[in-house]
Write a protein that binds this ligand. Structure first.
Ligand code: PEP
Ligand code: MN
Length: 252
């Protein structure tokens, strides 16, 4: 399937990179340039953030979307960003090429149905309490409305392990690919919740046949307004991008 000129699911695995949250124009431009230089096919950045606590930074909202549009025009990179609610769809669609449904919203069936009707490419994250079957059924809410443009994203599930934020379910990647035929990508950052595990999990996703990997990056991860602990600095990111490319050619 294609998002603009970006092709998912055939050819080499794709890299999607960007900050957890859009924090401002300068940092977003810096992330986009780092992403492009590392060979990323797409830029990510949350404007509406589904935070566990209402006291945490909730994202810049529409201002964040405007920044994404500006950065897209400047760098030519297609953009994916999250939509939290049905009443945001129209606004979000004015600024992005692909819409992300986050883990916390995977069971939001009215949202999935509306995105199906909107006919927009959807990046559907696996809920952290969802079985692979439930995740696939969530995707079917979108395809049921004749929208086949769904990319699935494994981002870790909740287990008894507490040294990682979630447990990266590598088996879900080939399983979901076999069962659906949709492209499946891995998100090692939200799975690990810690920077030092991002590279091995990203490489595991590629080895397991993922159609891409999504990485959180930040010009200064220690100062990120969300998910700094799991975000890569630009140098570390560039190095991992090189290793992922090598792993992808070894797989081919
Ligand atoms: C994100 O991509 O920043 C995000 C909130 O992810 P998830 O929905 O997987 O927690
Ligand atoms: Mn995040």
């Amino acid at each position: 399937m294609t998002v603009g000129s970006t092709v998912f699911g055939s050819g080499p695995p794709l890299l999607i990179a960007g900050p957890c949250s859009v924090e401002g124009l300068d940092m977003m431009l810096a992330c986009a340039r780092a992403a492009r230089e590392a060979g990323a096919a797409m830029l990510r950045g949350g404007a509406f953030k589904p935070r566990t606590s209402p006291h945490s930074f909730q994202g810049l909202g529409v201002e964040g979307l405007r920044i994404l549009s500006e950065v897209r025009a400047e760098t030519g990179l297609p953009v994916v960003s999250e939509v939290l609610a049905v009443d945001q769809i129209e606004t979000v669609l004015r600024h992005v090429d692909m819409v992300q449904v986050g883990a916390r919203n995977m069971h939001n069936f009215p949202l999935l149905t509306e995105l199906g009707r909107a006919g927009v490419p959807v990046l559907l994250k696996r809920g952290f309490m969802a079985t692979v079957e439930e995740w696939i059924l969530a995707a079917e809410y979108i395809t049921h409305e004749c929208n086949e443009d769904v990319v699935l994203c494994e981002r870790g599930i909740r287990t008894f392990e507490h040294w990682t934020r979630n447990t990266f379910d590598v088996s879900a990647i080939p399983l979901a690919r076999m069962k659906t035929g949709h492209p499946v990508i891995g998100d090692p950052c939200h799975a690990a919740g810690r920077r030092d595990l991002v590279a091995p999990l990203a490489l595991a996703a590629i080895a397991a046949g993922a159609d891409g990997v999504m990485l959180e990056i930040h010009p200064d991860p220690l100062r990120a307004r969300s998910d700094g602990d799991q975000s890569l600095g630009f140098e570390e990111f560039a190095e991992l991008a090189r290793r992922l490319k090598a792993a992808a050619s070894a797989r081919a």
